[in-house]
Design a protein. Structure first.
Length: 182
């Protein structure tokens, strides 16, 4: 991200309001992140955050539900997890709401662990790795960034995820180094 110089800031301040409005609308129509930020801060506020949260949940469910039937399922699962994490990253970047970010990660992991635990511990370790990295991200978010009270809410599912990973994918160094419980 470029550093804004004094000259650049001054030039921006000299742009007429009408021109700035045109620029903002132009950028918002081409960039979903800018659109969501403006929608959250100036248009719909909390309603926009709720709507974006629900849209992200729907996108995550669609990614996991509609896996490609061609090819190796573990590779398709790894791609679905990666795409879902992109949606979660977008939500987190726009809203800066760590609690809801954790809820989205929990939704993703719950869907995957609920339906695809049997696909762990195969020769296709890309799935095991993506799942472990995402689980570790949620673990770090819950234990280091959220208030202690949320640890109680997330402890039971997180411990279940960690137990499954330790049992099925402990051959990976990344999983071996993860905590056994939170």
């Amino acid at each position: 991200m470029p550093k804004l110089s004094k000259e650049f800031k001054q030039a921006i301040q000299e742009i007429p309001v009408e021109e700035l409005q045109k620029l903002v609308m132009q950028f918002a129509s081409k960039n979903p992140e800018i659109y969501d930020i403006i929608n959250l801060q100036y248009v719909n506020g909390a309603d926009a955050e709720d709507e974006l949260f629900e849209e992200t949940i729907e996108k995550i469910s669609d990614e996991i539900l509609f896996l490609g039937e061609r090819g190796i399922i573990q590779k398709n699962l790894a791609k679905a997890i990666a795409k879902s994490v992109e949606y979660i990253n977008h939500f987190a970047k726009v809203t800066k709401n760590e609690k809801r970010e954790a809820e989205l990660l929990l939704k993703l992991l719950d869907d995957v662990f609920e339906n695809y635990t049997g696909e762990l511990s195969t020769c296709w370790t890309v799935f095991d790795s993506k799942l472990a990295i995402t689980t570790n991200r949620l673990c770090n978010l819950v234990t280091k960034k959220l208030h202690e009270d949320y640890r109680i809410v997330f402890a039971e599912p997180m411990n279940r995820f960690l137990e499954i990973l330790q049992a099925k994918s402990n051959h990976l160094d990344y999983v071996y180094d993860m905590p056994k419980t939170i």
